[in-house]
Design a protein around this ligand. Structure first.
Ligand code: PAF
Length: 286
């Protein structure tokens, strides 16, 4: 596969996007923060199948990190990312600089209200404001017809869908199921931080979600009982700290007491200093 072209400025990528659109080419877009793994490659493959031009962005977005989060040590591997991007048939890698995305005097932010409130939004204040802002900015520059996101970041996906709808953005948002390691651990760039002990312990997360789904299939309708079951399994895995385990309406992300419509059981759990997230959608019928 040929090496993708690298574009570094919003102005340049925007001009290219205009030209692709004039030529009737469908633009597929995969926004990422880099350190690509097999999950990202799956998103790129989906984009390749859905577009004539495949654009990948790599930008570690400072506005979605809290002051005590891992922005400075977020893993980076541009060379490896470019090789993976080439392998997946990426045409263009958009690599903006923080100074171009947020130049001095920058003061415009996008806020999605209710969907961004609970779950990770509650524990990471400002996170989804940063995500919504950068995704809106990337969409303005890349002008995609279709954009691909992973379902591992379930709340992010709902926020982006809402953002696209509310701002009348003419872009199709596609969610792709979480890609997992053979033992069930969801692929994440942050897995690279885990010690080997924590990596082994972290398999309890997927086990807990699967057990909760099985209990629902077996007839359990009480959402608190399903969460308690998951918490028990995770606690036995000896995490450093459970940030949250919650089940909410899969569409609105509002709290629910009974499993009557699909719910998303979502969790965030620390192993050492590493915060892992995962989720599963549980249908009322199992
Ligand atoms: O999911 C991510 O990698 C990021 O949150 C995104 C969507 C690229 C925005 O920075």
């Amino acid at each position: 596969m040929p090496a993708p072209e690298i574009i570094r400025t919003p102005k340049e990528v925007s001009a290219r996007a205009d030209a692709w659109r004039r030529a009737g080419r469908r633009i597929a877009f995969v926004p990422t923060m880099g350190y690509l793994h097999r999950g990202h490659v799956t998103l790129l493959e989906e984009g390749r199948a859905r577009g004539d031009v495949l654009v990948l962005s790599i930008f570690v977005n400072p506005t979605q990190f809290g002051p005590r989060e891992d922005l400075a040590r977020y893993p980076r591997d541009l060379e490896g990312d470019l090789a993976k991007a080439a392998g997946a048939g990426t045409d263009v890698v958009y690599l903006p600089e923080a100074g171009d995305m947020y130049p001095p005097g920058y003061q415009t932010y996008v806020e999605v209200k209710d969907l961004a409130r609970g779950l990770c939004g509650e524990r990471r204040p400002g996170h989804f404001r940063g995500v919504a802002t950068i995704v809106a900015k990337l969409f303005c520059a890349v002008k995609p017809h279709v954009a691909i996101f992973g379902e591992k970041d379930y709340q992010q996906l709902q926020v982006v869908r809402r953002l696209a709808r509310d701002l009348d953005l003419d872009v199709e948002i596609v969610g792709i199921p979480t890609v997992r390691e053979p033992d069930g651990l969801a692929m994440s760039s942050r897995n690279a931080y885990l010690s080997s002990d924590d990596r082994a312990r972290a398999t309890c997360l997927h086990r807990a979600l699967v057990k909760a789904r099985e209990a629902a299939a077996g007839g359990e309708r009480d959402v608190a009982a399903l969460c308690a079951l998951a918490v028990g399994i995770i606690s036995a895995g000896q995490p450093t700290r459970i940030d949250y385990v919650e089940a909410r309406d899969a569409e609105t992300l509002q709290p629910v007491a009974r499993l009557e419509r699909p719910v998303v059981m979502a969790l965030a759990v620390f192993f050492g200093a590493t915060r892992l997230i995962d989720n599963v959608v549980i249908q009322a019928g199992g």
